[in-house]
Design a protein around this ligand. Structure first.
Ligand code: KE4
Length: 430
């Protein structure tokens, strides 16, 4: 079995310094390679679908900074927009025109969003959305799904996915038991379990929040009719339906997963793509709900840098370019090419490849993977060997079995063909 990939000397020296001053050496746990072993490399430049580490080694990047880089890294349109905007200041703390343009753009692309407020991260967007749901309904209970990750929001670090799952800490320390007790979790794709929760707790439920396509335990899809059934249950019980589209939003379609599946949530949380790689989040939905937010209504929510002109310039440039080139059609073309080659490669092997649009996951288990319990059947040791073998071949996949991969419009058919040719070697060592 291949040993963990060894980063170059400059990365290794930086890693030792990082470990002495940053908890675990990282500013976000999933970057620490804890799920795959070995030590992370450091990157200081990226272009298109390629990242370059500080020792000059290049990798084809299938993480895309966890979703924002939908046009690939450092797209010219984003660099120019940020550069031009920065010349006139980086933050005003006063309304700026880009906030109006971004709000109008989001509401145009996502019809369920009648009003929207910007934040500085997906976590902030989700935290604000559930506070708003509680304030609007006067109810306290939140329902979430095992394996879904919604940022490090206290109420939602319960059976959470992503880094929490990778580290084996789906229920974080530091969350008061009294708060966690207000969160009910159910398995995804299990409608009977959700119906039972509504039977027992319906009048208490402020909202049901989910990733319409869970992508923080790998990637699995809602079964036919499941999302619509959740919509109906929420409507019947006066609970709000919150779609967390921080990852799927503006990626799976201009209007995100809700456009693909034809569902109208009451609130949507967003992020990543609309910041073009700069810190951003947003939450929006029905105007009658959103108008409960301060300064209009009783639900307080705020942010010094919310609506930051640089982040909005980057996000708007990215959205405009995606519309100009119809990037979503191109991403589907690339995703279909990748899926075809992956399926041919894994035939007869204990592997499952699941994809929607430009998001994918190769599970090291028979599959199909329908929920967290299925995903946890994966052979994470085999995944780790695959991950490091890929690095040796200049390919960077997400450093955890419980993360999704991302294509960008910068991943050419030729690049995907080159990766497909390398994969048999990677899979042989499993
Ligand atoms: P941020 O606070 O990290 O901007 O967004 C939190 C968030 C909310 N909702 C969903 C569906 C998300 O996927 C995320 C964050 N995604 C992870 C990747 N699985 C971020 C990577 C990290 O934690 O470093």
């Amino acid at each position: 079995m291949s040993s963990p990939y060894h980063a170059g000397p400059i990365s290794e020296a930086l890693w030792q310094r990082a470990l002495s001053r940053i908890p675990g050496g990282v500013n976000s746990p999933v970057r620490a390679f804890r799920g795959v072993g070995g030590e992370p490399f450091f990157v200081n430049k990226a272009k298109g679908c390629t990242i370059t580490d500080v020792d000059g080694r290049e990798y084809i990047d299938f993480v895309g900074t966890w979703g924002p880089a939908i046009l690939g890294h450092a797209p010219q349109v984003v660099i120019e927009a940020v550069t031009e905007t920065a010349k006139h200041g980086t933050s005003f703390g006063i309304p700026n025109p880009l906030e109006v343009e971004m709000a109008e753009t989001i509401c145009r692309l996502v019809p369920s969003v009648q009003k929207v407020r910007m934040t500085n991260s997906g976590t902030e967007a989700v935290m604000s959305a559930i506070r708003l749901a509680r304030g609007f309904t006067g109810r306290d209970r939140i329902v979430k799904f095992e394996g879904c990750y919604h940022g490090h929001v206290d109420s939602l670090l319960v059976k959470a996915g992503s880094g929490a799952l990778t580290l084996g800490q789906p229920d974080s320390a530091g969350i008061p038991a009294s708060l966690a007790a207000l969160t009910t979790t159910v398995p995804f794709n299990d409608l009977e379990a959700l119906k039972a929760v509504f039977r027992d707790q319906g009048p208490e439920i402020a909202c049901v929040i989910l990733e319409p396509v869970p992508a923080n335990a790998g990637l699995y899809l809602p079964e036919p009719g499941y999302l619509n059934a959740i919509r109906q249950l929420c409507t019947e019980h006066g609970s709000l339906l919150v779609f967390d589209e921080v990852m799927t939003g503006f990626r799976l379609a201009p209007g995100g997963a809700q456009e693909i599946f034809g569902i109208t949530p009451d609130l949507t949380t967003m992020g990543k793509v609309i910041g073009g790689g700069l810190p951003v989040g947003a939450f929006g939905g029905r105007a009658d709900i959103m108008d409960h937010l301060a300064p209009l209504g009783p639900v307080y929510q705020a942010g010094t840098l919310s609506g930051n002109p640089l982040a909005l310039a980057a996000g708007l440039a990215q959205l405009k370019e995606m519309e100009r080139i119809n990037g979503w059609a191109h991403l589907e073309f690339l995703g279909a090419q990748m899926e075809e080659s992956m399926r041919a490669l894994i035939k007869g092997k204990p592997l499952t490849f699941q994809r929607i649009g430009s998001m994918f996951c190769l599970y090291f288990t028979e599959g199909p993977v329908r929920n967290l319990a299925d995903a946890k059947q994966s052979d994470t040791a085999a995944f780790a060997r695959y991950f490091h073998a890929a690095l040796e071949n200049g390919i960077y996949f997400a450093p955890s079995q419980y993360e999704a991969g991302f294509l960008s419009t910068a991943h050419s058919p030729e690049v995907l063909e080159r990766v497909a040719k390398a994969l048999p070697r990677l899979l042989q060592i499993i």
